[in-house]
Ligand binder design. Structure first.
Ligand code: ZN
Length: 432
């Protein structure tokens, strides 16, 4: 190697070292919740104070979890990415969305193609083959059971492939070098009453492994991870309930553990850290039971959104008329991929009203909600807005009032040193 090449390579190495990026998604933390809670979140607040804060990051339409994650990964709206709800229509039924449903390149795929070393540690909607190190989300197993699901849901093939993916010897060695076991606790061994706490343990388990991987001698350039249980506690116990606030404090502590490991290893200054949510949360007062209001159609309840399969125009008209007395309005279905718009129609409920399945045996049209806090509201409702923080060597200190969902992925790409030319939107800020 000539002197000039050597120096160039050295500069490249230094430059790469300044492009490392850790993305932490904390599920279901609204812009308002973060703002009201920041005094109790010293680690997140510390990132905000030395970095860049988006006060109200708008949610994807529909503002639910898997579209939210997909938006973070792709910078594409749901009609383009293909992930428009947590469940997607296949034939005449809905099934759980999987990473294989994402139709456009994801950040990990772009980064891997650019020769970067990419780790997904539990972030949903990432394909194993788009990474160099992959550990499935704890909630994706042979069945899917997030903290709020009453019953396990069958996992679709795309999620099964992720769940069965062996994270490999490199992951095991990185854990062991940090003094941690690579073996994850198994959900099935926890009694039902402890399932929310299992989720909490699982989030912390993953945070420790993120710290181990990020401080390894050959740490990846990009790490994506998520903490999920904050969302479940809100669904079950209410928006900003005592338990929900405690769960958010736990997420802050988990972020703090990662930052502490980075600082102790002397590598904190190399890392950009992006912490953000997938959507907000807000109180729900009433549940509507659309299958009781208009039986016989295939429907999907997603917060205040209802998706209904109406192959005939007359069905759509009749459903619209049946829902109208409850204040439910048809909503333009341009948030769906074009090929679905003839069949699949969207409706939105009034404020503080969500769609749910009726309790077993009930013929009522409405009732008290099982999930007393939720999301997937009428687009533009501030309750769906979420928080977002960015910190690191190339993040300009500052803040902005709002940003669009599609701006997140190009911002992350820019921090990684990847091209942002073919994203539909501009980054929230340009790295310095
Ligand atoms: Zn979510």
């Amino acid at each position: 190697m000539g002197y000039r090449t050597f120096i160039h390579t050295l500069y490249q190495m230094v430059d790469m070292a300044h492009n490392k990026l850790l993305v932490i998604m904390i599920d279901g933390i609204s812009a308002e919740d973060y703002a009201l809670s920041a005094a109790r979140l010293p680690h997140l607040r510390g990132l905000a104070e030395r970095g860049f804060r988006v006060h109200n990051l708008h949610a994807e339409v529909i503002g639910v979890s898997l579209p939210g994650r997909t938006s973070i990964l792709t910078g594409a709206t749901a009609d383009v990415s293909g992930v428009y709800a947590n469940y997607l229509l296949e034939g005449d039924t809905f099934r759980y969305a999987t990473p294989d449903d994402v139709r456009v390149p994801t950040l990990p795929a772009r980064a891997t193609a650019a020769g970067l070393d990419v780790a997904c540690l539990g972030f949903g909607m990432v394909r194993p083959e788009d990474t160099t190190l992959f550990k499935a989300p704890w909630w994706a197993g042979e069945t899917i059971q997030r903290g709020r699901d009453a019953e396990p849901q069958p996992a679709s093939p795309g999620l099964l492939r992720a769940a069965r993916h062996d994270p490999g010897e490199r992951f095991r060695e990185m854990c062991q070098q940090a003094g941690l076991t690579p073996d994850q606790p198994v959900f099935d061994t926890f009694p039902d009453a402890y399932k929310p706490f299992f989720g909490l343990v699982a989030d912390h388990w993953m945070a420790d492994r993120v710290g181990a991987v990020a401080t390894a001698a050959a740490a990846p350039d990009l790490i994506l991870t998520e903490f999920l249980i904050t969302d479940s506690f809100q669904h079950d116990t209410g928006y900003r309930s005592g338990l929900a606030q405690w769960a958010l404090e736990q997420a802050d502590l988990a972020v703090g553990k990662i930052l502490q490991r980075l600082a102790a290893a002397g590598v904190l200054a190399q890392w950009h850290v992006a912490v953000l949510s997938d959507h907000g949360h807000s109180p729900i007062a009433t549940a509507l039971y659309p299958r009781n209001i208009y039986p016989g159609l295939t429907m999907l309840c997603e917060g205040s959104f209802l998706l209904a399969l109406c192959d005939e125009a007359a069905q759509h008209a009749a459903l619209t008329a049946a829902l109208a007395p409850y204040g439910v309005q048809p909503y333009p279905n341009t948030c769906l991929p074009p090929e679905l718009r003839q069949r699949l129609h969207t409706f939105v409920a009034p404020q503080q009203v969500a769609f749910e399945d009726a309790p077993a045996g009930s013929t009522a049209h409405s009732g008290p909600p099982a999930m007393i806090s939720s999301h997937g509201l009428r687009p533009g409702a501030p309750g769906d807005d979420r928080f977002a923080l960015f910190a690191g060597p190339r993040v300009p200190p500052g803040h902005c009032a709002t940003a669009a969902a599609v701006q997140v992925a190009p911002t992350l790409a820019a921090l990684l040193g990847l091209s942002t030319a073919d994203y539909a939107a501009a980054p929230i800020f340009m790295p310095v």
